[in-house]
Write a protein that binds this ligand. Structure first.
Ligand code: NDP
Length: 323
């Protein structure tokens, strides 16, 4: 079975590519340049089951046409993982919203036009950000589950970069479900989305960090490189290990019961204070050198400040048994 992975050079996608190859799938990945693609092929030791194509900018119209013109007849599964994940802009439409939405639109259009008979499963990496806005996340009466939608509009999400990123994930995911409904008669694939909280865990390759760290890992890395007495932003929300997120991408297309589902991945809730406490307690080489905040206050912060995660039936608190 041939699986196409967009944004294959990213933090999460590298784990997905690794799991796919280890399970015996053939993988065609996309990366933004020849140099990035060559680097990735080298890291996977030129595995004959892995090949790469260039998709320079998913914001461009028809960005995926060439790949699907070339490989459409072999690809059975599409994992669309590429999307901008940074907060480093003031032009939210150009840098976050439009690439996320256009990328989703163009990959689905390319499947419809060049691989309608072959692609059976599409999995889109969405986010908890599509389920809840940053405002919802701070509302203790707000319950988030796989039926929730971030209520921000295209306009209201542009209040700042974080809510614009969240909006980009909402509107990209919505684009996909709408596309499915509008094109039922001309496609045969089923759709699943993966909606993880903050994704933490190891980089697949030590030198993945050479070109800067991905945004969610930076949340922890910034604490590690803080100085004693520093203030820090207390990030908080649901989190999940990148290795589980990767497994979920495989299960989403392997298990028929995942078709048509949004898979919310949440191990537990976290906040930066709790992460700092762990760094200070369990890493003697950091103790006395990094920020401390108010040790022990993390759990109170989480109970007082954060939304609740519940199963759709509203019966169970927090742990969502995915894997
Ligand atoms: P990365 O930044 O490591 O990966 C994003 C990938 O998308 C990179 O390969 C990047 O390429 C590519 N990309 C971004 N913008 C464009 C563009 N305009 N054109 C072409 N390619 C582009 O982040 P993650 O691995 O964390 O994120 C992967 C997916 O998971 C995203 O869809 C993200 O929204 C989602 N997600 C991530 C979470 C997290 O906490 N990490 C939580 C929930 C969802 P390049 O690096 O070359 O620019």
């Amino acid at each position: 079975t041939v699986v196409f992975v967009s944004g294959a050079t990213g933090f999460i996608a590298l784990h997905v590519v690794d799991d796919l190859l280890k399970t015996g799938y053939k993988v065609i990945g996309s990366g933004r340049s020849q140099e990035k693609n060559d680097g990735l092929l080298k890291k996977f030791k030129s595995n004959p089951n892995l090949s790469m194509e260039i998709v320079e900018d998913i914001a461009a119209p028809n960005a995926f046409d060439k790949v699907f013109q070339k490989h459409g007849k072999e690809i059975k599964v599409v994992l669309h993982i590429a999307s901008p994940v940074h907060f480093n802009t003031t032009d939210f439409e150009k840098d976050l919203l439009i690439p996320a939405v256009n990328g989703t639109k163009s990959i689905l259009e390319a499947i419809k036009n060049y691989a309608a008979d072959t692609v059976e499963k599409v999995v889109i990496t969405s986010s908890v950000a599509a389920l809840a806005s940053p405002g919802d996340m701070k509302d203790t009466s707000f319950v988030v589950n796989e039926e929730s939608w971030n209520k921000d509009t295209w306009e209201s999400c542009q209040a700042n970069a974080v809510s614009a990123y969240c909006g980009s994930k909402k509107f990209a995911e919505k684009t996909a479900w709408d596309f499915l409904e509008e094109n039922q008669s001309s496609i045969k694939f089923t759709l699943s989305t993966i909606n993880p909280g903050f994704v933490f865990g190891p980089q697949l390759f030590a030198d993945s960090l050479r070109n800067g760290i991905n945004s969610s890992s930076a949340t922890i890395a910034n604490l590690v490189s803080s100085k004693l007495g520093d203030n820090f932003y207390n990030y908080s929300g649901p989190f999940i290990d990148v290795r589980d997120v990767s497994k979920a991408h495989l299960l989403a297309f392997e298990k028929p019961e995942c078709a048509g589902q949004r898979l919310f991945l949440c191990e537990d809730m976290f906040c930066s204070q709790e992460a700092l406490d762990i760094l200070n307690e369990e890493f003697p080489q950091l103790k006395g050198k990094i920020a401390t905040g108010e040790p022990g206050s993390g759990s109170t912060f989480l109970t007082k400040k954060l939304l609740q995660v519940r199963q759709p039936q509203n019966q169970k608190f927090i742990r969502i048994p995915i894997l």
